[in-house]
Design a protein around this ligand. Structure first.
Ligand code: UDP
Length: 491
């Protein structure tokens, strides 16, 4: 019954942050290629970026469009045009940002009323969309944008509070009730997980997110069964969530243009970047990037630069200005000149998937954001796991302990992306050099890690091919949404 009946129409409502918008747009593309009409709802500035990413689909006549909603920046006390988390720099701004987001309820309802919509795929942070869609009889799917592993770990920690049993921030505790023995420390947990303040707005939001997993139609996961089978089962069976794993969604971008046009405009010419990589040997270059939000202190930037130089390994490094807001990148004197030909420095935004997929890339220093992690898996590239914030410390355990395709840069300390990374989390240049040399070397452990990464790459590609686990789960999702409206089945 999968593709029978009238054409389904899905609405996609991504949270306004690159790490949330990029995979949601990929999901919309994937479903559009299976004949599901898609409309992405977003705000003016974000619409400019998204329309670039779906240009290819539109040119080939695929039914994928954008509906723009005004972002109430001024009404929420934000500067005009502040409609992406990128621009948020303080806790006060973050509070106002979420206030503006909550004002989108009515405009969303009006849009849903105007169109005939079969399903609303809305970001985890938009917990209220379940009710808005429900009032109109529309099923809402939650999109988290993280691993099933991290959803399982997060749920166990929130329910059992194992960190309350330890005496110090660095004493390990076991996360209970999981398929594997996962150890963590309090210093790796987020502020909202550890808080004892019962009025913490973010802790409340996370509670509402967990509740909406249960009250919504289900959860759509950017993962594939074979990557984390025990956690896919745990999530569905032990935690009782209804979920479809349809990833890795970045694999829907097959050609150079699609791979290069995700997120923001690259600050480097793609062909220059590819030519530079073409001049390097297989698996010889390390790619260093900390996602769309990662910003270091000037001291940490200096340590990374010094460590990379000392390692003598060719690199591509995506650098943002330091947290202190200095006008220039904080790099050692003469660094860029000395690195000519050896290291490519990209300011602000790189065509990441294009880079990772190049055969010359042999390692990735990553903050363990889920998109970056999966993109590395798809490219068969082992990692240095350097988590900073959000749920990245959970993903780190998956990379290093479960999948064993990465080495930890830690011990490190969780910090909010709005605050300075604590002194204790500073990774010194000697450590950077040691990690890079180890990952890019030919020691037994590294060779085995590289082999495992390549096996996972094959599995990821198989999962999204016709007949693969994610391909089939996407069919199942389409069928389930069609079944939700039984009248349509008879049309
Ligand atoms: N990204 C990119 N170029 C950059 C930085 C990030 O294309 O210079 C993309 C990356 O490929 C990924 C997303 O932005 O798809 C970042 O998501 P992730 O979950 O890794 O981290 P976040 O930014 O949410 O912390």
């Amino acid at each position: 019954m999968g593709s029978e009946g009238r054409q389904l129409h899905f609405f996609y409502f991504p949270f306004m942050a690159q790490g949330h918008m990029i995979p949601m747009v990929d999901i919309a593309k994937l479903l559009a290629h299976r004949g599901v009409k898609g409309t992405i709802i977003t705000t003016p500035l974000n619409a400019l970026l998204i329309s670039r990413s779906i240009e290819g689909e539109r040119k080939s006549g695929i039914n994928l469009g954008i509906e723009i909603m005004k972002f109430p920046s001024a009404e929420a006390g934000l500067p005009e045009g502040c409609d992406n988390v990128d621009i948020v720099t303080t806790r006060e701004m973050a509070g106002s940002f979420f206030k503006a987001v909550s004002m989108l309820k009515q405009p969303l309802k009006m849009l849903l009323e105007k169109h005939r919509v079969d399903c609303l795929v809305a970001d985890m942070f938009f917990t209220w969309t379940t009710d808005v869609a429900g009032e109109l009889g529309i099923p809402r799917l939650v999109f988290h944008g993280t691993s099933l592993f991290s959803l399982c770990v997060g749920d166990s920690i929130d329910s059992n509070a194992p960190h309350k049993t330890v005496e110090s921030d660095v004493q390990p505790f076991v996360v209970p009730g999981l398929p594997d023995q996962i150890e963590m420390t309090k210093s790796e947990l987020s502020d909202h997980t550890k808080t004892t303040d019962t009025n913490s707005p973010f802790a409340e939001l996370i509670k509402a997110v967990r509740k909406s997993e249960v009250t919504s139609f289900g959860v759509v996961a950017n993962s594939f069964y074979e990557l984390e089978p025990a956690y896919a089962d745990h999530y569905r069976k032990a935690m009782g969530r209804r979920a479809w794993h349809i990833g890795p969604v970045s694999l829907c971008n097959r050609n150079t243009a699609d791979k290069a046009q995700r997120g923001k405009n690259s600050t480097i010419d793609e062909n220059y970047c590819l030519n530079w990589l073409d001049s390097k040997e297989l698996d010889s270059v390390i790619y260093v990037s900390f996602g769309s939000m990662g910003r270091f202190s000037a001291i940490q930037l200096l340590e990374i630069a010094t460590g990379l130089e000392a390692s003598n390994v060719p690199f591509i490094w995506v650098v943002r200005k330091s947290r202190e807001g200095a006008k220039e990148l904080c790099l050692p004197d003469g660094f860029q000149e000395r690195m000519e030909g050896k290291g490519l420095i990209i300011r602000d935004w790189a065509p990441q998937v294009l880079i990772l997929d190049h055969p010359a890339i042999g390692g990735f220093v990553t903050h363990c954001g889920w998109n970056s992690t999966l993109e590395a898996v798809c490219a068969g590239v082992p990692m240095i796991a350097w988590p900073l914030s959000a749920e990245q410390f959970y993903n780190e355990k998956l990379i290093t302990d479960i999948l064993r395709i990465g080495i930890p840069a830690g011990p490190l300390v969780w910090s909010s992306f709005l605050e300075a990374i604590p002194e204790a989390a500073l990774v010194k240049s000697e450590k950077v050099e040691m990690l890079v040399t180890q990952l890019m070397g030919s020691g037994g452990d590294t060779t085995e890690m590289r082999r495992r990464a390549k096996v996972l790459r094959e599995m990821a590609n198989k999962a999204v091919e016709k007949g693969g686990s994610s391909y089939k789960d996407l069919n199942r999702l389409i069928d389930d949404i069609r079944m939700h409206n039984p009248l349509d089945v008879c049309l």
